[in-house]
Design a protein around this ligand. Structure first.
Ligand code: HEC
Length: 118
């Protein structure tokens, strides 16, 4: 074997080793981020309510919320927002990327918060 051929072989081994390492790393990272992606695709209404709504509505949906109104009206208010007499106003969440299904889940969650536990 000539020196040149040995050098080529070493270069090739290095390239293969780098590729294997890269693929391994990619597999580990891909595996780790998967649950995060899944949870973002199926948001939990209770967690969303705590993070984005409880500061105005209180954790028990005691404020600015009337459970006597139908779900459909609540869903529309969540999606489109509503200006009351004075701030803070109800923001429209459709503009922030919320879907009708997510709004429905939130409306149902708020109702359970106001339903007395037996
Ligand atoms: C900046 C404060 C604020 C935030 C944040 C907020 N809301 Fe509201 N929300 C209000 C106010 C104020 C009203 C009442 C508006 C009015 O006077 O008509 C309201 C009204 C509503 C209503 C209608 C209640 C009814 O009886 O008609 C629903 C349902 C609702 N909000 C759900 C949510 C959800 C779900 C979130 C989180 C994704 C949220 N809100 C976040 C302030 C807020």
């Amino acid at each position: 074997m000539s020196l040149g051929a040995i050098y080529m072989t070493i270069t090739r081994i290095k390239l293969i080793a780098a590729a294997v390492l890269f693929l391994g790393l990619f597999a580990i990272l891909g595996f780790k981020t998967e649950p995060i992606v899944t949870s973002a695709a199926t948001p939990d209404a209770a967690a969303t309510f705590k993070a984005q709504c409880a500061m105005c509505h209180t954790p028990t949906a005691a404020k600015a919320y009337d459970p006597a109104k139908p779900d459909e009206e609540h869903i529309q208010t969540i999606l489109k927002g509503r200006k009351g007499e004075k701030p803070p106003y109800m923001p429209g969440y459709e503009a922030k990327g919320m879907t009708a299904d997510e709004a429905k889940a939130l409306a149902e969650h708020m109702r359970t918060l106001r339903t007395p536990k037996t």
